[in-house]
Structures are given as C-alpha cells and as structure tokens.
Write a protein that binds this ligand. Structure first.
Ligand SMILES: [Zn+2]
Length: 264
C-alpha cells in the first residue's frame, strides 16, 4: 500500500514565478496555475532493500494536472516501482514530491509552447517529471525526455521527462526516460533485457556497469544527483556485474528527441 501523505492543501497558490522574475510577472492574461495538493514519498518509502548500498541520491519533483486521466496513486506507485531499477546504479530516490495542479487545459498535452510555459510556471526543481494526458508532438511518442543537448529551443524543459497516459510499462518507461535525462544521452542499447532498449517491456530493466558510470558521471556534473556520504550509502558505489558489450552509451548525439516506446 502506498504511504501517501497529504502534505499541504494550497487553495490559492499562484506559481507564476512572480517572486523570481518581475518581467515574467508582468506578462498579462495567463490563466492561473494553482497547486492543489502534494504528496511526498520519502526514502523510507522508496528504498529497494534495507541492505542496498547506495552512493547517489535523486530528488524527484513530479507534476500532474487535475482533469487528466492520471491519479496520484498510479503516479506514486510508478515511482516506487521505478526505484529498484535505478538502484542498480547505486542511485536511491531520496524523495519524490508529487504536485497536483489545476491550470490551463492546454497544459494537459505535451506540446512545445504549452509545455515550456507549464514547466516554467510550475517552477519545479529538476529533474522533474510531468504526467500529461497525451502528446501533440510530431512524431508522437508515449514518453519523452529532454536533456541538455536537446533543450536549446525549449530551455524551460531542460532535465524533464514527459509521460503520456498511453505509456505502457510505466515504471520501466519512467526509469528509461530518467536515464536519458540523468545521462544527458539519447542513446539506446541493443543488449537483451536492457532498460535502454528502444522498446520498453516489463523485462527490459537491466543497466550495465558502463551505463551506470555514464549516468552518474553526467548527472553529478549537471547537478542532478547528490553524492551520498559513505555512512548513508554503506559502500562507495555499486553497479551490476554485467558484461561489457555494445550497450555502452556513446557520446550524446544531439538527436532532437530522446523519446521512447512506440510511435502512436
Ligand atoms: Zn529512449
């Protein structure tokens, strides 16, 4: 059962970056974006195993919109089930905070102008995951990740993951997209059972040592992972004892989209 804690109910919290940016605060006629509720999964809810040695901590911020087909329970369960996949690289999800917003209907769909605006106004710490109803992108993917190299035309969406309601194998898809963001890489793997195969399945969950090395190096360099003190992580690092093969991520190719799963 999920340990869902209703942390706060904020009735009239306009999250429009008004305090941070006077120029943006002056933009007129934007519908209010309000945070209705939020829930926090703490590391105790997310640790895969009490004996799991972790070297890195990940703090996730997550957004959903009321009126979409998402429910908080499904999202929080997805995060909990994605945690053991990332744990292969010694990454522990230290916290996951889900924010439920109400706002413009157009924010329910992944589309560059609206999603840039949503991401900016939501003001979530990165990496952030947005659960949306559907996509209006062409080509249409079930889920997309926006790292550094493919965010130049949409800087507000840097280090974000977008998951549509059509996405299958949700925990695997979430972990897959997070790896794209953390590693800042759009590369895929052809290794059997690998998380980064282009097609997500419930059985594609493995990460090899070289992938883990690339993930934590890039994510730490980009400030997306915290190095845990040894007393927290128990051992300095842990990667799965997988063989070296062609699943090693190559340098980021700068492809326009690091999307996964099938086209719709
Ligand atoms: Zn992918």
């Amino acid at each position: 059962m999920l340990d869902i804690k209703a942390v706060a109910f904020v009735a009239t919290c306009f999250l429009a970056f008004s305090a941070a940016s006077s120029s943006r605060a002056q933009q007129p006629l934007e519908a209010p974006l309000e945070e209705l509720r939020n829930w926090t999964l703490a590391k105790g809810d997310l640790v895969a195993s009490p004996t799991q040695p972790f070297a890195y901590g990940l703090r996730l911020e997550i957004a959903m919109l009321r009126g979409t087909r998402w429910s908080p329970g499904v999202i929080l369960d997805t995060v909990k089930r994605a945690a053991p996949i990332l744990a292969q690289c010694g990454i522990r999800i230290d916290s996951a905070q889900l924010h439920e917003f109400t706002g413009p209907r157009r924010y329910r769909y992944l589309s560059t102008p609206d999603s840039r605006e949503f991401a900016r106004r939501a003001g979530l710490r990165k990496p952030a995951v947005f659960f949306v109803d559907d996509t209006r992108m062409e080509p249409a993917f079930e889920a997309e990740a926006i790292g550094r190299a493919n965010a130049r035309a949409r800087p507000e969406m840097t280090d974000t993951v977008w998951i549509t309601r059509e996405t299958r194998d949700l925990p695997v898809a979430l972990a897959h997209e997070l790896v794209h963001v953390l590693a800042n890489s759009g590369n895929h793997s052809s290794l059997p059972g690998n998380l980064m195969r282009e097609q997500t399945t419930p059985f594609n969950t493995k990460l090899v040592r070289e992938q883990c090395t690339a993930i934590v190096a890039a994510a730490q360099a980009n400030g997306l992972l915290d190095r845990l003190p040894p007393s927290e992580g128990k051992r300095p690092s842990r990667v799965p004892p997988e063989r070296v093969s062609d699943g090693v991520p190559r340098a980021y190719s700068g492809t326009p989209n690091t999307a996964t799963s099938s086209r719709k």
